[in-house]
Design a protein around this ligand. Structure first.
Ligand code: GTP
Length: 169
């Protein structure tokens, strides 16, 4: 019988970068253009069968709107892993992602594993250079993925890479 490990994961980033959409794609393989901004936070559970273990993820989807910023610590507290998302068409959201990373490293779980995610790569507009984001991720010991919640590109990969980084013990 394979061992089961449970992990809390948090998804952080500016409003409208696609956090809820990334989760909806990962969890239900769906996409919607009609999503309302998240109020407070919500969560989904997802089981993953690896070759040598079962993984149970409790994934918290936080609200990116600034008025909810003060709630964020409740959701990243105890989280072993985090997806920090920006919208590749919006440079400001990349700067906001860097702020989230700093906050998480100073106030989150010690050794929290972080994956930086540049979302909306299906759109032609590209205001965040891949090389700039990759360099930033490397300097800060994070993995980096570019994704589209719309097409699904990179979504599974980003979550699986995060899961593989989490210490199993
Ligand atoms: P908050 O809940 O306010 O923090 O926003 P959020 O980060 O959860 O964003 P959400 O998932 O609600 O997506 C915002 C908008 O962007 C929606 O209209 C989505 O349909 C759209 N969107 C999300 N991901 C993508 C993507 O990969 N490509 C495109 N083209 N649109 C996307």
């Amino acid at each position: 019988k394979l061992p089961t490990y449970s992990f809390k994961i948090v998804v952080l980033g500016e409003s409208a970068v696609g956090k809820t959409s990334i989760l909806l794609r990962f969890h239900k393989n769906q996409f919607s253009t009609q999503l309302e901004p998240t109020i407070g936070a919500s969560h989904v559970q997802k089981s993953i069968n690896m070759t040598d273990c079962h993984i149970q993820l409790l994934i918290w989807d936080t609200a990116g709107q600034e008025q909810y910023h003060s709630l964020a610590p409740m959701y990243y507290r105890g989280a072993r892993g985090a997806l920090i998302v920006y919208d590749r068409t919006n440079y400001k959201s990349f700067e906001r992602a860097k702020d989230w990373i700093k906050e998480l490293k100073s106030k989150g779980s010690p050794n929290v594993r972080i994956v930086l995610v540049g979302n909306k790569i299906d759109l032609e507009t590209n205001n965040v250079d891949t090389s700039e984001a990759l360099t930033y991720a490397k300097e800060n010991d994070m993995l980096f993925f570019e994704t589209s919640a719309k097409t699904g590109e990179g979504i599974q990969e980003a979550f699986l890479a995060l899961v593989k980084l989490l210490p199993k013990k």
